[in-house]
Design a protein around this ligand. Structure first.
Ligand SMILES: [Zn+2]
Length: 173
């Protein structure tokens, strides 16, 4: 008798997620201070220097800097491989670094630091940095400073102010 019974085929429900599929993607966060792109920027050691994420490889970062007095710039990966984009002109990492330095410290402070005589805050710094030139310098120092700053983030309960973290923007800016 059992052999006569037709096996019940349980069909998968085909309409499971129809109707739940959204065509509206979440919009990206607003462009304020692009932490993901430039996680670290500082005015230190007579340089504007920092760490810039690679646009294509999330595991790679560039250590970029431009010296205040003679505008010699340098860009290499955290493994000290020279940036292919830096040469006769600045690479996009230095440009990102400069624009994030302005976002963080303000146009006046950055231009004064770089000894640039410009008043118009809409000026593209690349245009006025006519004497900028490549000078390879080791990335290890800047990168180790970045890593030492990161160790502060592992102590979120610290109540004393950490002046070394001034570069890290407070939330909501
Ligand atoms: Zn570069």
């Amino acid at each position: 008798m059992a052999s006569l019974s037709t096996p019940v085929e349980v069909l998968p429900t085909v309409e499971t997620d129809v109707g739940y599929r959204s065509v509206v993607r979440p919009s990206p966060p607003p462009d304020v201070r692009k932490l993901a792109k430039v996680p670290f920027v500082e005015l230190a050691d007579k340089r504007v220097q920092g760490v810039v994420s690679s646009g294509s490889d999330i595991a790679r970062v560039y250590v970029s800097s431009i010296r205040a007095d003679d505008h010699a710039f340098s860009c290499s990966t955290n493994n000290n491989r020279p940036c292919g984009g830096a040469g006769a002109t600045m690479c996009k990492h230095i440009e990102s670094l400069l624009s994030e330095a302005v976002a963080q410290y303000g146009f006046d402070r950055v231009t004064r630091y770089l000894k640039l005589d410009v008043d118009d805050p809409t000026t593209n710094l690349r245009v006025v940095l006519t004497d900028a030139h490549l000078e390879r310098s080791p990335s290890s120092l800047v990168f180790s400073r970045f890593l030492s700053y990161l160790t502060y983030l592992e102590h979120p309960v610290a109540t004393a102010p950490a002046p070394e973290l001034h570069w890290f923007p407070a939330g909501g800016r």
